[in-house]
Ligand binder design. Sequence first.
Ligand code: TXA
Ligand code: MG
Length: 326
Amino acid sequence: MSREQAKPHASRILAPTPETYRAAADLLQAGEVVAFPTETVYGLGADATNDRAAARIFETKGRPSFNPLIVHFEHLEAAAREVEVNPWAEALAKAFWPGPLTMVLPRRDDSRISLLCSAGLPTLAVRVPRHEIGQSLLRAAQRPLAAPSANASGKISPTSAAHVAASLGDRVPMILDGGDCEVGLESTVIDLSGSQPVILRPGGITRSQLESVLGSVEEAGAGSDIKSPGMMTSHYAPSLPIRLGATDVEANEALLAFGPDPIKGAAITENLSPNGDLAEAAANLFNLLHSLDREKLAGIAVMPVPQKGLGIAINDRLVRAAAPRD
Ligand code: TXA
Ligand code: MG
């Protein structure tokens, strides 16, 4: 049965108890999503090391495109297992973690985090939340949790369990109730992966707080020629040309197939989902594009993916990947 046909879950708002944490950890380890409070806003959490679980987040939020996700850790040492921590990050972590600050850092080559969390970028956004429930959930789940704000796409971020239930209630199996969020505004996102620190999103930690640690810090946005995160994701593209909606393969093309009848004759074939399951296809998308993007091939032909449900986000990504390059 495909995810889209799966029965919606009844909303379950639960107070934090040892039993609730155990049940939440079981759900997360099984690849399900759990909504939980952080000091900023409620997050929609899933196992960041599991492609299917990360895809589940996009499916649950109904996001039209694969924005990169913030990955939450218990402490700096856990984050340092997945990203390259530089002196800026070390200094900021010392000053503001746990707390409402997210740092964008280069992924480590041996990172176990799903490529879907990076939306194809070479970086990963990492954060150590300070909320007791977020911390307890991370300890119980024993794995990093990818978590965007727990609202349906296009809606404002939830700062209470009731907001989450109103926005996503029947689509999340569990909402941990921590009352109202202390910060109520999303974390500040700072990009530390380039030649200078750049604030990508203002939030719970102010620019002057950051400057007290780093010295002067730039801000992306109006009047600045710094790329916004949205722009950055659109820069994601394999080095081979991409041909969409393929019904045949040309000489020396790789094939990114979808469904039970892959086109024959390609130099190499990878299948997004032999069963035609869009959640599986979303989970596989970035991995398979990477694995087909090899030298000595003429290009990547991509079979049509249905423009419905998660297929809309998959096609959005594929269109960006196929866009002309400069
Ligand atoms: O307070 C928060 O940050 C909440 C709680 C749950 O932690 N999360 C949150 O996530 O607001 P979300 O997905 O709604 O916003 C994530 C922001 C987006 O602006 C996204 O573009 C940016 O972080 N982002 C994530 N990964 C990035 C990356 N690798 N490079 C640049 N920007 C990134
Ligand atoms: Mg959001």
